[in-house]
Design a protein around this ligand. Structure first.
Ligand code: ZN
Length: 227
């Protein structure tokens, strides 16, 4: 189901069965000393792979293209800031090309949720759905899907760090976090619940809720296009 690994006949088979494409959209951005800078895109990539296992469809390679990152916000390096225009142009072209390839259900799972970044992507997605009335889409940041479970997603916090520990424990090192003081967004580039309490188990719990909710919403859209 990884699009870049599929042969033409496998893509055709999937288009007939479930014309769904998941696009994991993230950034390269400072995520605290304990996490890799690609966290946003990697996190949503693994979530999309699990959702696609349930619903069918293909998963686009993770997109590392984030606007309004920690660099302009608070001056954190280890961050590649991309302009709004580039983010929007890339989203527009990917969506149009995937439509041309025959996909009809589009999921952009946004792992990077700077407010202006989300707004920029949503603008393109809404235009796209308006233009193609037979297309359906879900375009939202990942924590949206677990908000009703009392789970809050922050930046490089317990939420994101736990998900990363669940999917890729080899990429996280909690021992790098300061032990003797409070963790803040200004000093550490970490905002939200204390990442020192992160665990694989918490990551698994979040991932299970999230994938269940996302895939059930995608299945609803499948019913709509089958009508
Ligand atoms: Zn993040």
């Amino acid at each position: 189901m990884k699009l870049e690994e599929m042969k033409p006949n496998e893509i055709d088979e999937m288009l007939n069965r479930a014309p769904i494409v998941y696009i994991p959209w993230g950034s390269l951005e400072w995520h605290g000393v304990q996490n890799p800078i690609g966290l946003d895109a990697l996190k949503v990539y693994y979530l999309c792979l699990r959702a696609a296992e349930r619903t069918g469809g293909v998963v686009f390679p993770p997109v590392f293209c984030g606007y309004e990152t920690m660099k302009p916000y608070l001056g954190f390096k280890k961050t590649i800031e991309i302009s709004k225009e580039t983010v929007q142009a890339l989203a527009r072209e990917y969506l149009e090309q995937l439509y041309d390839e025959g996909f009809r259900i589009f999921v952009i799972l946004m792992g990077h949720y700077g407010a202006k970044h989300v707004e920029a992507l949503k603008e393109v997605c809404q235009e796209f759905l308006k233009k193609h009335t037979d297309a359906r889409g879900i375009f939202a940041p990942d924590p949206t899907f677990v908000a009703d479970k009392g789970i809050q997603g922050g930046h490089a916090d317990l939420y994101e760090t736990s998900l990363m520990m669940f999917f890729r424990p080899d990429l996280v090192d909690l021992s790098l976090l300061p032990q003797d003081r409070e963790i803040t967004i200004e000093k550490d580039g970490i905002g939200g619940a204390d990442p020192r309490n992160s665990s694989k188990e918490e990551g698994e719990r979040i991932a299970n809720f999230l994938v269940a909710e996302l895939s059930s919403r995608v299945e609803e859209l499948m019913k709509e296009i089958e009508k």
